[in-house]
Design a protein around this ligand. Structure first.
Ligand code: TRP
Length: 454
């Protein structure tokens, strides 16, 4: 079974795929917004530390499991801890990415809808209230969001069914460089807008008084989320990395790209927000409110330029969402192919059906199913809350405990140092081991409690 497994072509391919999973709405909206609200440059410094000292070790823990076993989440647990309760971690991390995928596909669908509008009609509104009510009307209508959700999920299915190398690797190799070019173009446009300067200083001015314990917890949570940790996607992608590849180098490359993209996105979004005279608000929904309004407003001076940037922006969002979504999709497909003996095509179809149904319920929960509540939340919010606040952190904690406390230290060292051949890795192994065993579990509990109490 393992012999027939596909592999990524090389280090670049692996890093681009992993970065494809990591780079998403978390970088484009959540990060810039958090920077602004929590101390500007001071937050960026803390975030950097959180990425390197916390999220990188967690990332490596997941990657080590996948790379060691060359199996998906469930198979990996069966290999490393056969016949134990760890198999539940394997199962949990097959399910949680699929729940995320279901509602993620709804938001991906909205992005396709907005891309469609930016191409066909553009954005025209004299005030933000008009944009907000158009958004509310769009997401609560039953037809179009369902259609776009279907298209988004179908797009993922086509890529994933083509296989690891000719589907996932190829798509990320084309899309990821393109995303970087696009976000840089948008950044240049944004910074050149009249009135953009306060947006730049919003991101650069350190305000150390805002560095409270809760800001530190927020930085840790954001770096955890941004690197797609805790749900087995990193594990699964790492299982496609060649045996002789250096896991630490791959991890550093992924973290570096994820961070770079978040920073560029910050300078792409905030100057435009300030130039349009909007208070930097909250929540991913604002991508569909604040920014269309900005495009409408900028359109009054140089209409064609603003229209082009609007299209480029939604192309960026749609493709960033695709590269993340296929990483979640692949976790389920790997399980069905390796553990249940299904063909890749059958597995893709089965996951499509399951996620389509759950996603459709999430989509309808903004309209016809608005009154259906689970623990007082709409179906969409429930799936979001369940995964973001519980399953991700819980999965991350268990992965870290597994590698730090259950696996053989010699096996972990062997993976981390490429069998003792990588000199730099040997030199930093003890630091990694300490961060993994003590710092990471405590930090994850802190993130969990902050999410929980927030
Ligand atoms: N990292 C993604 C982003 O920044 C979001 C995300 C969280 C994710 N968990 C995930 C993506 C699991 C893929 C798989 O937007």
């Amino acid at each position: 079974m393992a012999a027939k497994r596909e592999h990524f072509g090389g280090r670049t391919a692996a890093i681009l795929a992993l970065a494809g999973s990591a780079i998403g709405l978390g970088n484009i909206w959540r990060f810039p917004y958090m920077v602004g609200q929590t101390g500007g440059a001071a937050f960026i410094i803390i975030y950097l530390a959180a990425c390197l000292l916390l999220s990188l070790p967690i990332f490596l823990a997941e990657a080590i499991i996948g790379h060691r076993t060359h199996a998906g989440t469930f198979g990996a647990m069966e290999q490393l801890a056969p016949g134990t309760r760890w198999k539940w971690l394997g199962l949990l991390t097959v399910l949680s990415p699929l729940i995320i995928l279901s509602y993620y596909s709804v938001v991906g669908g909205w992005s396709i809808g907005y891309l469609w509008q930016s191409v066909t009609a553009g954005f025209h509104a004299s005030d933000i209230g008009t944009v907000s009510s158009a958004y509310a009307k769009f997401i609560s209508s039953p037809g179009l969001p369902l259609l776009f959700h279907t298209l988004f999920l179908l797009g993922c299915a086509v890529i994933v069914s083509a296989g690891v190398k000719s589907g996932i690797e190829k798509f990320n190799k084309i899309t990821m460089p393109l995303l970087f070019v696009l976000i840089v173009v948008i950044m240049v446009y944004s910074i050149s807008l009249p009135g953009a300067a306060p947006g730049v200083s919003y991101l650069l001015k350190p305000d150390f008084s805002k560095i409270t314990p809760s800001a530190v917890a927020a930085a840790m949570g954001q770096s955890f989320f941004s690197l797609s940790l805790g749900v087995g996607t990193i594990l699964t992608y790492a299982s496609y990395i060649r045996k002789d590849e250096n896991i630490l180098a791959t991890g550093l490359g992924t973290v570096g790209f994820d961070l770079l993209f978040a920073l560029i996105a910050g300078f792409a979004i905030m100057p435009a927000v300030f130039a349009a005279g909007i208070e930097p608000g909250a929540g991913p929904g604002l991508i569909f409110e604040t920014l269309p309004y900005i495009f409408a407003k900028m359109g009054t001076s140089v209409p064609w330029l603003s229209a082009v940037v609007a299209v480029l922006f939604f192309v960026t969002i749609v493709f960033a969402a695709f590269t993340s979504a296929i990483s979640m999709y692949e976790v389920g497909v790997a399980y069905l192919v390796e553990q249940r003996g299904l063909s890749r095509h059958k597995a893709t179809v089965l996951i499509f059906l399951g996620c389509w149904i759950l996603g459709a319920l999430c989509s309808l929960s903004f309209g016809p199913l608005a009154e259906t509540k689970l623990f007082g939340l709409s179906i969409f919010s429930f799936c979001d809350m369940l995964t973001s606040n519980f399953l991700m952190t819980f999965g991350g904690l268990l992965f870290v405990l597994f590698v730090g406390w259950k696996m053989d230290k010699s096996v972990v060292r062997d993976e981390f140092t490429s069998g003792g051949t990588a000199r730099f890795n040997c030199a930093v192994f003890d630091a990694f081991w300490f961060l993994l065993r003590y710092v990471a579990p405590i930090a994850i509990v802190v993130i969990f409690l902050t999410n929980f109490l927030a």
